[in-house]
Design a protein around this ligand. Sequence first.
Ligand SMILES: [Zn+2]
Length: 275
Amino acid sequence: MAKKAKKADAQANVLPTQEILKKLFDLGYFGAKSWVDVQSLKGLQLIKAIKAFQAFHGLPTTGVVGPKTANNINKRRCGLPDFNITAANSAPCKWPMGSITYFHQMTLPGLTDAQVKEAYDIAFSQWAKVCDIAPVRVDGPTRANIYAKSGVGKANNLDDRGGTLAWSELPCGVAENVQLDQMFDEAEAWSFNMAVAVICHELGHALGLPHLGNGNLMAPYYDPNVTAPQKGDVKEIVKLYGKRTQPYAITQDASLQVGGTIVINGRPYVLVPKT
Ligand SMILES: [Zn+2]
């Protein structure tokens, strides 16, 4: 009887077992196991991993990859795994200072360079508005704590259009002079809102946050309706850097042609020229 049930489950998976294993392996569901070991997993161990994935993503924990779970597995998302992104580091995963410098050299198809710059500044300021950090844009990569680039394909730990959108390194045990890398996918068609959302998510990692549950900005999937830190995100970032005590104004270089106000998620953002 049990044997029969197991067989029925295996047949119900709408994706090939190897594809499921590879995805869940990439997303951290098999912990420290190597891909060689994971490849041969089946039966209960596979079901357990599928259930863990479903639980993390708020899906019914059936242990079977039906159309809904398959859709989740293949959704546009961050390239970092769901688990174990900070577990290997016993040192605190945060910057020791509040003044964090950043520089980006990236092309996001669909956006102008000025729009990318605006999106990046707005994304960072959304964190600075809720916790006690002071991001500083610098004019070259040398002094930047966070260096964001764009690229395509496997060499950059990215893929074709869809799937992985971006990734970021985490500041686990870093000193003030350390530089973290971020990578954004040039194979995607970017909108301004998508850029703000994805950059803000990756900056969450660069500030030390792991992935959080559904509804948060730090959920692994891109949700067009979530472009700024949500309640759960704010709670976690405040644990790392403390609450913001003074208002934080978005600063821009005066040389950048900005239209005064940008509306994101129905909220106006005033762009203040740097003095
Ligand atoms: Zn992520």
